[in-house]
Design a protein around this ligand. Sequence first.
Ligand SMILES: *Cc1c(COP(=O)(O)O)cnc(C)c1O
Length: 375
Amino acid sequence: MTDLSTSTSGAQRLPIRPELAGLEPYGAPQLDVPVLLNVNENPYAPSDEVVADIAAAVAHAARGLNRYPDRDFEALRSDLAAYLLAESGVALGPEQIWAANGSNEVMLHLLQAFGGPGRTALSFAPTYSMYPEYARDTSTEWVAGRRAEDFSLDPRAARAAIAEHAPSVVLLASPNNPTGTALPLDTVRAVLDAAAQVPGGCVVVVDEAYGEFRRTGTPSALELLAAYPHLAVSRTMSKAFGLAGARVGYLAAAPALVDALRVVRLPYHLSAVTQAVARAALAHSAELMAQVGALREERDALVVWLRARGLQVADSDANFVLFGLFDDRRAVWQGLLDRGVLVREVGPPGWLRVSVGTPDETQAFKDALVEVAGL
Ligand SMILES: *Cc1c(COP(=O)(O)O)cnc(C)c1O
């Protein structure tokens, strides 16, 4: 790639921030392959009914596109609160909900409001590779502690890291990406209690992008919101909802925390079209949740199948599975790709991550893996 910052062909050198010089944009390869199991999307496209309702809602919104959208998207926030009540039994008011173009933007808002120069964001690796980017882009110092061998988080180690680094933001993915690990609420409470001791204050973000896929008995951190004003629980419509292309993410938190995010958002950041699409899809959440049940069963069956073939598999509360260990994971990844199956080369050395697809896609993955890994 041409390094634009030092290119001498132009008259002017670009004043790119030194910490960005030479960096490539983040993102998994977008390859044209028959079986796409690399970015944890829902494999099922919206049904004809959902498509028709989205189209009608967008047509309605289009009639008003000469006007700016509702800056505070009140109707969408009410719908999201109603959805969270149905999904996890936690009652929230619309003033406790925030939304943006994907939970990636929600988390950027969090870092813009609570991070910044001279401040630190803390997480525990291996975890979502976008977190350090939010920190970098907001000039927040980034510190990554470690998860245990089994990808759980030791509450004592977490407390010690918070005491040592005094972060203003802690990011916890649960279920974690790329490992699938959900945190027990006792661990989240331990982190919240330690965060409450940070002199300047500390916001704890529990990223539940895969929350809907959690196994029976695994609680949501939404249950802790009433007791902890410095907790934010982030969710997305990209995964369980099968709406990754619409770019809608959201969070639940105390009203004062949401108010801080309203300060840093760009005016009218959530377009009228996006709001209409999200609301039309939310009206079908019961149908979509039934599909999530099928994906969870498919996930559990895949874990059993992989283990029966002698592979190591991390327990998963998400719609993907981390499996290994391979001496040459690159070769396995490439072998699968050569057979038309794209998975993700991510996580600690030796591991690969596969998203849960349709039964046909899962079968194609299994057939390819048997060949490639000689199972
Ligand atoms: C996929 C994912 C998200 C969701 O990103 P969107 O911007 O909502 O599409 C957030 N967090 C984690 C850990 C993810 O894997």
